[in-house]
Design a protein around this ligand. Structure first.
Ligand code: DMJ
Length: 410
């Protein structure tokens, strides 16, 4: 959007965690002196929230430096006009101009409709904005979306599969993904007190298991999509985060369910690993949108460009390893392949076609490469008590936010 510095802010906590002191100080100085919120441009509520607000909050919680808290709160205020809709639910894209405070929506979000993964991916960050400012408005705005989600839950079937509003489309991948992630993480971040979020997560996962989880003829487990009552046998790359989500939730379950969910998490992650392994580029690049014709897994038909080292596979490996202490052997291939195929003179670039024998770079280093891909890779090889999952939840852009261990009312 119109805001500058996404890469700097998305990378702050990664620099800090990796003890890159000099680079961290340089980035902090940029935030202090050059991060300008008074720009006249468009910025997406969802992206600003997960990358900028999440990045600034994590930097504040890790370092205690007030500048990060103040910038997060200032930016949070600028996002509030996005909720000025008749329903209080931000529209798809939910652009708000940081300068004018106006809000409008992406042209491609038809008829001003809302996107589940966008209005359902605010809760973690907005709760912290309220906690830090003492102003309940942020938590209220994010929570006000939930009665609407429950309506979707009640009126759309099958069971607890949450449709994208105004459509009969259910997806654990793009447009739906992090909504499910934020249900279980809201419960964890509340120190397991937000039982409503947990119940919604449990109901959703049960319906996903019952209706969407399928196995290909070749024995690969995948999560299909659902359109108007008909299963669509494809799994987009973004759905690969769900292995980590299911493993994280499984830790809280009684033994039988824990084992079943850990098995499912491992199978999905393995399918996603296969999508990399079979791309012919080692494991650096999964097709960005697999459009995978599961169950045949006939790679190369479409969707073969990959614009930037998507982190979902690695985040799932990290959360699985974090909770399960599995071996790390398979994880070494990813950084090696990134080094081999993606490193360019001034950074790491995506490549346009993973199937090409002479791949060309797309001249783009996504900010989530530093925020997510490298951070999760680093954490995979650290001791588990560096950012223990007992004390932190990761927002959907891998920014750690502290679990609220204080007693209610204390
Ligand atoms: C990230 O920006 C976030 O993880 C988001 O939720 C969806 N995926 C991208 C990276 O692929």
């Amino acid at each position: 959007g119109g805001l500058r510095g996404a890469t700097v802010i998305d990378a702050l906590d990664t620099l800090y965690i990796m003890e890159l002191e000099e680079e961290f100080q340089e980035a902090k100085q940029w935030v202090e002196q050059s991060f300008d919120l008074n720009v006249n441009g468009e910025a997406s509520l969802f992206e600003v929230n997960i990358r900028y607000i999440g990045g600034l909050l994590a930097a504040f919680y890790l370092t205690g430096e007030e500048v990060f808290k103040n910038k997060a709160l200032e930016l949070g205020e600028k996002l509030l006009p996005a909720f000025n809709t008749p329903t209080g639910i931000p529209r798809g894209g939910s652009l708000s101009s940081p300068c004018s405070g106006m809000s409008w929506s992406w042209g491609w979000a038809s008829a001003g409709s809302s996107i589940l993964a966008e209005f359902g991916t605010l809760h973690l960050e907005f709760l912290h904005l309220s906690e830090l400012s003492g102003n309940p408005v942020f938590a209220e705005k994010a929570s006000d979306c939930f009665p609407f989600v429950k309506l979707l839950f009640v009126h759309h079937q099958p069971e607890a599969l949450f449709c994208l509003p105004t459509t009969d489309h259910v997806s654990i991948g793009g447009l739906g993904d992090s909504f499910y992630e934020y249900l279980i993480k809201s419960w964890l971040m509340s120190d397991k007190k937000d039982s409503e979020a947990k119940q919604m997560y449990d109901d959703a996962l049960e319906a996903i298991e019952k209706h969407l989880v399928k196995k290909s003829a070749g024995g690969l487990t995948y999560i299909a999509e659902w359109r108007g009552g008909i299963l669509d046998h494809k799994m987009g790359h973004l759905a690969c985060f769900s292995g980590g989500m299911i493993a994280l939730g499984a830790q809280q379950e009684p033994e039988e369910r824990r084992q079943r969910h850990m098995g499912l998490a491992a199978e999905i992650t393995s399918t996603c690993h296969e999508s990399y392994a079979r791309s012919g580029r080692d494991t650096s690049q999964g097709p960005r949108l697999l459009q995978t014709p599961v169950p045949s897994l006939a790679w190369g038909i479409q969707g073969s460009s990959c614009s930037g080292h998507p982190p979902e596979q690695i985040s799932s490996s990290r959360e699985r390893v974090g909770v399960e202490s599995r071996g790390l052997g398979g994880c070494c291939a990813a950084p090696q392949a990134l080094e081999k195929h993606c490193r360019v003179e001034s950074g790491f670039s995506g490549i346009r076609d993973v199937y090409s024998t002479t791949p060309t770079h797309d001249n783009m280093q996504q900010s989530f490469f530093l925020a997510e891909t490298l951070k999760y890779l680093y954490l995979l090889f650290c001791e588990d008590d560096v950012l223990s999952l007992e004390d932190w939840v990761f927002n959907t852009e891998a920014h750690p936010l502290p679990i609220n261990h204080t007693e209610l009312g204390a």
